[in-house]
Design a protein around this ligand. Structure first.
Ligand code: HEC
Ligand code: HEC
Length: 189
């Protein structure tokens, strides 16, 4: 019994620690963390990513990041308003042809309760936000890493459909930069 309780405590402490940025690993310094963060920040602010991470309730479109046509809104759960849900137009893959709706599995905005705003955030603000579980959707640094490494909405940024420029940094480079930033202790500018 006692052993179990201690094991449970140790597990809970482990979970707490995992939710935080760790001390820099040996050989990593804060300059490396900041340089790596800069790479990540530029990707997060790229229109292919930031168009789904707007400050208001309207998704954005194009490289000029204009408000989504058809009066599309975030809606109560990020999937749009009743009758104008994202998946009425956006499928799980891109539709061929310029100006046809792009698509990926789970196409939606973040929820109004956890809006994950990237647009208009300074490098420092977005850095602090991304490592704060209260503002990043309850994610540990490793879970943020997994998301950026594998999530289909993230991957879409490098396969955005006809007429749209992919994110300018390669996916491998941003994954590497995120790894460096986390391993070096997630320092912010
Ligand atoms: C179609 C809309 C859409 C696009 C495009 C999109 N995202 Fe997101 N993003 C979301 C949604 C929705 C969530 C919330 C996911 C969740 O909580 O499960 C999210 C969450 C995130 C998070 C929050 C942390 C986390 O681990 O959940 C990060 C980081 C992120 N996206 C990065 C990106 C990057 C980088 C790109 C571009 C390469 C991108 N997103 C493109 C909709 C999008
Ligand atoms: C009535 C159909 C329709 C609905 C509903 C709709 N969209 Fe779109 N969306 C489009 C079309 C069409 C495009 C492509 C416009 C273009 O390329 O000129 C588009 C483009 C986008 C883009 C731009 C991608 C980029 O980087 O340029 C985002 C982001 C987006 N939609 C998000 C959403 C989200 C999130 C929802 C639900 C809240 C939604 N859309 C609902 C039709 C729709």
């Amino acid at each position: 019994m006692k052993g179990n309780a201690i094991a449970a405590l140790a597990l809970a402490a482990g979970a707490l620690l995992a939710a935080q940025c760790s001390a820099p690993r040996r050989g990593q310094d804060s300059a490396a963390a900041l340089a790596a963060w800069d790479v990540v920040y530029r990707v997060l602010e790229h229109p292919r990513c930031a168009n789904c991470h707007p400050a208001g309730d309207v998704p954005l479109q194009g490289d000029d990041m204009h408000a989504h046509a058809q009066n599309v809104r975030r809606g109560p759960d990020g999937h749009g308003l009743y009758g104008m849900s994202c998946d009425a137009c956006h499928l799980t893959t891109n539709l061929a042809g310029a100006h046809f709706p792009p698509g990926a599995p789970g196409w939606r905005l973040p929820t109004p309760r956890m809006p994950l705003v990237f647009v208009g955030r300074s490098s420092r603000e977005l850095c602090e936000q991304l490592k704060d579980p209260a503002r990043n959707g309850g994610k540990s640094p490793e879970q943020v890493f997994e998301h950026v490494a594998h999530d289909p909405l993230v991957m879409w940024g490098w396969d955005p459909g006809e007429g749209r420029a992919p994110v300018s940094t390669s996916h491998a480079d941003v994954v590497r930069a995120l790894r460096t930033w986390i391993d070096a202790g997630c320092g912010c500018p």
